[in-house]
Design a protein around this ligand. Structure first.
Ligand SMILES: *Cc1c(COP(=O)(O)O)cnc(C)c1O
Length: 420
């Protein structure tokens, strides 16, 4: 159920008119719906209700403290990929015992901090990482809980840039050598083997590849346990796709219910790591039309958002729906390319969009809750936008717009740098 609805022509998120949000907090501005985040989380959590489980939200999709806090209150765990994300989830009040640490390049400092915090588990992606983890845990006099991220070599049938589960990918331990690596891990004195993990890609729209990965992970779990290594959990990762345009998505409630039934009686806790699905549809990016510009060949709507606020269209060729916030009776719809102010020809948010608009109009770029603000940059010295969380008929600023001075606060002129 979408909380994004028109009331008398005016686009609302929950009970709040987006026109009012733009007036109060300015544009560009990200706005999220608390109820939509909660509803998406519930699909996983309730689907798995029949088995011991932990749904670990993948923080990198949207790492705002308020979003983390909303999920923490619902009992979510967190999947992190950096020391920075660990600091964030702890700042949001999360229990370190519900945190998974994924990623191919964990540094010594990051591992030490996570060991000291007593996180739930490290998803280990290579043998050298296993050795580093063993050494650092030994030095700290603790046991490191580990799970191996295996690469099940299944095709997630998604965009190659966001596919991670095929052989030849940098992620995970090759399926064929996993059992050997488990045997090694079990012998390392400062490690404690807890589980198996996989994550085959993102924006996956078919259940079949996910189910194939489940089959392969469970077959490996059986082999590992048969080798005398006891496992506590299996982690099937994230990757659940959302509707940006007209995609048919996986029925997550049904998928997780089936998964729970399948895991019944195995004595293994089930972990999932959804990111995009939890926050993607819950967010919009508000932007104002600065100019309409007509060229011989094209019409452009130059807006005040750009690839520095939303890089997905340029990075992944992603499509986001773009709609007027207030429907007016103004003239006929014309096809526009929606472009930002950045000095790059790739600074395009949408092409050939049929809109009846004028300069000064407010637009909403939809499904912008995931991998949107989290990927925002300061290119062209643009302060990153404000973020707002809508809860019923209230709107809360959960991040203030960056100030220009703070963008170069850590820099020095030559004179200052040369001072002894
Ligand atoms: C990015 C990532 C996720 C989340 O992926 P989504 O497609 O957003 O669900 C989960 N696990 C790992 C290891 C990741 O890198």
């Amino acid at each position: 159920m979408s909380a994004l609805q028109r009331k008398a022509g005016a686009l609302h998120l929950e009970g709040v008119a987006l026109e009012d949000v733009a007036r109060r907090f300015g544009t560009p501005c990200y706005v999220y719906s608390r109820s939509m985040v909660e509803a998406a989380f519930r699909e996983f959590d309730e689907g798995l209700a029949g088995v011991d489980h932990l749904v670990c939200y993948a923080v990198k999709a949207n790492s705002n403290l308020a979003i983390l806090d909303v999920l923490r209150r619902m009992g979510a765990g967190f999947d992190i990929v950096s020391g920075g994300e660990l600091a964030r989830v702890l700042a949001a009040g999360a229990d370190a015992g519900r945190v998974l640490f994924s990623g191919v390049g964990k540094s010594e400092a990051e591992i030490r901090t996570a060991l000291a915090a007593r996180i739930h588990c490290f998803n280990v992606e290579s043998e050298p990482e296993l050795e580093r983890l063993d050494a650092l845990a030994g030095a700290l006099g603790v046991k490191a809980p580990i799970s191996l991220r295996v690469n099940p070599d299944v095709d997630a049938k998604t965009h190659p840039y966001i596919s991670t589960g095929l052989a030849g990918n940098k992620f995970g331990i090759p399926y064929g050598s996993a059992l050997e690596v488990y045997r090694r891990a079990a012998k390392l004195r400062n490690l404690e083997v807890h589980g198996i993990d996989c994550h085959i890609g993102s924006q996956i729209l078919e259940a079949a590849p996910l189910e194939e990965a489940v089959d392969r992970v469970l077959a490996l779990a059986d082999a590992v346990q048969a080798a005398g290594i006891r496992l506590k959990h299996v982690d099937f990762g994230g990757g659940f796709g959302i509707r940006y345009r007209d995609e048919a998505t996986i029925d997550v409630a049904a998928y997780t219910r089936t998964l729970a039934a399948r895991m019944q009686g195995r004595g293994l806790k089930v972990l999932l790591e959804p990111g995009r699905y939890i926050v993607g549809n819950a967010g919009v990016l508000l932007t104002r039309v600065e100019y309409l510009k007509v060229d011989k060949a094209k019409r452009f709507a130059v807006v005040d958002a750009s690839m520095s606020e939303l890089i997905r269209p340029m990075l992944y060729d992603a499509w986001h729906e773009i709609v007027p916030v207030t429907q007016s009776a103004r003239g006929e719809a014309l096809a526009y390319d929606i472009v930002g102010p950045i000095c790059e020809s790739t600074d395009v948010l949408g092409t050939g969009r049929s809109l009846a608009i004028a300069g000064g109009d407010l637009l909403a770029i939809l499904s912008a809750g995931a991998y949107a603000m989290a990927m925002a940059s300061n290119y062209n010295t643009r302060p990153r936008p404000a973020e707002v969380l809508v809860d019923g008929d209230k709107a809360y600023e959960i991040r203030s717009r960056e100030r220009v001075e703070s963008l170069f606060a850590d820099e020095r002129t030559l004179d200052a740098a040369m001072k002894p």
